[in-house]
Design a binder for this molecule. Structure first.
Ligand SMILES: [Zn+2]
Length: 249
């Protein structure tokens, strides 16, 4: 299955839902940034579709030319492919919280155990221990080729969640993981580290970033004027009301 170019210099290389890039039904969207001089993978899916997204990356660029793979957060649909990325020679980049959890394949800390019990993952699915090569935090940048890509801390959906900001051709492109979705929706789950107060602070701060393009970890992409939708979510949080939950429709 081919990689699909979503916007200039950004490809979808893995997905659980996109019909042309279906790597595994349990995978999040995995995005490849590549401008011809440098690039980065954002999220690694469950690992169940790793061979497919590694092939999709190789279709677009030499994987050895990438700065690595950023894992937005430690939930298995985003981080389960980390071991495969590392084994393929991609340096893994993540928060300290994600590094700690993945080092021991912490299935309770990452909420994989309750999610599997809820039927969200196959009964025999397991998280593989994985190495994080570089820990990043709020305000750090990843320089690759001519690109300088910003990391922003975005807790709320879970602890240690990061989002990735690419400035390209006058546009601000936000890779939001499970933090923000089309329609100004958020992802709220009854798990130990989903924190509404921190989520509110995160979304209000992101609303001030004047984002043009929103590339979330699931669902549709917002290719123009995404800032207005993020602003709606922030306004809702300012009224102390959680925005619509992407998981309830
Ligand atoms: Zn998640």
């Amino acid at each position: 299955m081919p990689a699909v170019e979503i916007v200039d210099s950004v490809w979808l290389v893995g997905s659980g839902t996109h019909p042309d890039v279906l790597t595994d039904p349990h995978d999040c969207h995995c995005y490849l940034i590549w401008d011809g001089t440098g690039g980065l993978l954002v999220d690694t899916g469950t690992g169940l579709g790793a061979d497919a997204w590694l092939a999709n990356i190789a279709e677009v660029c030499d994987p050895a030319a990438l700065a690595g793979a950023v894992v937005t957060h430690y939930h298995a649909d985003h981080a389960g492919g980390t071991a495969a990325a590392h084994a393929a020679g991609l340096p893994v980049i993540a928060s300290a919280e994600t590094r700690t959890a993945l080092a021991v394949a912490d299935e309770s800390g990452t909420s994989l155990a309750p999610a599997r019990a809820a039927g969200i993952y196959p009964a025999d699915y397991r998280l593989s221990p994985a190495t994080v090569d570089r820990v990043v935090g709020d305000g750090d940048t990843i320089d690759t080729g001519r690109l300088s890509i910003e990391i922003i801390a975005a807790p709320g959906h879970c602890d240690g969640h990061l989002v990735v900001l690419l400035r390209r051709a006058g546009q601000r492109i936000l890779f939001s993981g499970d933090c923000l979705f089309a329609g100004g929706r958020v992802s709220l789950q009854a798990i130990h580290d989903c924190r509404l107060d921190r989520y509110a602070d995160t979304v209000v701060a992101l609303a001030a970033r004047n984002i043009d393009v929103l590339l979330p970890g699931h669902g549709e992409q917002v290719l123009r004027e995404a800032g207005a939708q993020i602003q709606q979510a922030a306004e809702s949080f300012r009224r102390l009301v959680p925005p619509p939950n992407v998981l309830t429709g």
